[in-house]
Design a binder for this molecule. Structure first.
Ligand SMILES: Nc1ncnc2c1ncn2[C@@H]1O[C@H](COP(=O)(O)OP(=O)(O)O)[C@@H](O)[C@H]1O
Ligand SMILES: [Mg+2]
Length: 250
């Protein structure tokens, strides 16, 4: 089983879109997939149709040891989801006095580790306790970068946090790769930025680049993955290719 967190402390770079559609792409390949929504804004949770009436319990209750993952997990058509809610925004403060509060997600996942081939974690846009929980639970990180000016801005802070986690909390954690998203081939600037990112990170950058594609932005309001919304779109092609790149190892 592989546990992969999609991260960048910036919002709007494509983390949630990538978590959902990479997960759906891996499910298309026949894998058992769980998506975890670590963001109190719960964008991932609300972007999908969840077949359950139990929304009153979510990841917040799991982290507080008030529910098991099994009680909280919901089913999408081809994968499972551990939903989030705004209640999670209080976690930062509420968990202050909990011992080993960085390990809560990792320990909770032990319960389900034989049930999935891939667990994908959608991180919130900050480097607080929820992100630390994601980094401690994961084996692999995918850093999501928007192919725009300032894409690399703030990245040294993220790298510092990753190093601290590797040293103190999770020796197994690796940066699996860098995923460039929202790429518009018609814009010189986008091409230049992706060039810079490749110069800087070399082979760490995934071959697949996710193009700017309006269907990807529309699918969430229909509560669908890109494959359900428009299987012929560039977004579907890019995320299916990316899922294969992940499967094959980078
Ligand atoms: N490749 C893409 N093409 C077009 N729109 C995209 C693409 N990726 C993401 N979006 C849209 O951009 C916005 C931010 O993406 P999101 O995945 O929510 O970012 P994050 O989780 O990093 O905040 C959303 O409205 C999303 O639908
Ligand atoms: Mg998000």
């Amino acid at each position: 089983m592989r546990k992969i967190a999609f991260t960048n402390q910036k919002g709007g770079v494509g983390k949630t879109t990538s978590t959902i559609n990479t997960g759906a792409g891996l499910a298309n390949l026949g894998y058992r997939v769980l998506l975890i929504d670590m963001d109190p804004q719960a964008n991932l949770t609300y972007s999908l149709k969840l077949h359950s009436n139990r929304l009153e319990k979510n990841l917040y209750h799991v982290l507080k040891s008030e529910a098991s993952i099994e009680e909280v997990v919901m089913k999408h058509t081809s994968f499972d989801i551990l939903p989030s809610s705004i209640e999670l925004s209080g976690a930062e403060m509420e968990l202050v006095n909990v011992p080993a509060r960085e390990l809560l997600l990792r320990d909770a996942l032990d319960e389900v580790k034989d049930r999935y081939d891939f667990i994908l974690i959608d991180c919130p846009p900050n480097l607080g306790i929820l992100t630390l929980n994601a980094f401690t639970a994961a084996d692999e990180l995918i850093i999501v970068l928007q192919s725009e000016y300032l894409a690399l801005h703030g990245l040294s802070k993220l790298m510092d946090v990753i190093q601290v986690v590797q040293r103190r909390l999770n020796k197994n954690l690796e940066v699996e790769g860098i995923l460039c998203t929202l790429y518009d081939n018609r814009k010189n600037l986008n091409r230049e930025v992706v060039g810079h990112i490749r110069d800087y990170f070399g082979a760490k950058v995934f071959n697949t680049v996710i193009r700017d594609n309006v269907a990807l932005a529309e699918a969430p309001s229909h509560h669908k993955t890109i494959f359900e919304y428009d299987g012929e779109s560039n977004g579907a092609k890019d995320y299916q290719m990316f899922a294969k790149e992940i499967r094959n190892g980078h």
